[in-house]
Design a binder for this molecule. Structure first.
Ligand code: ZN
Length: 93
């Protein structure tokens, strides 16, 4: 993944047209140090995976949402195709 691809993944709207009043505190690509669950496909993300991590504040709470490598690849394919078929299918092909 190059820097332009990472920028496309980070620019992708994680919650679609949701108008909830949340605030993004941090939105970065990082390598995980422990296990997490993907916010999109809900599958386990193993330690050492390159993921998108978005930390958000809402209603007095703060939470980080992780996007697994497969969903990150699907985001890139969907942006290339101009639709959401790859994300909806849960795969990057
Ligand atoms: Zn995923």
């Amino acid at each position: 993944m190059n820097i332009l691809q990472a920028a496309d993944i980070l620019a992708w709207n994680l919650w679609g047209n949701d108008d909830t009043d949340y605030r993004v505190l941090r939105n970065v690509m990082l390598t995980t140090r422990c296990r997490h669950d993907c916010a999109i496909c809900l599958q386990a993300i193993t330690a050492g995976s390159r993921v998108r991590a978005s930390t958000e504040a809402y209603d007095g709470a703060c939470k980080t949402f992780y996007v697994c490598p497969t969903c990150c690849e699907a985001i890139l394919l969907d942006q290339r195709d101009g639709d959401c078929l790859h994300i909806a299918a849960g795969k990057a092909c």
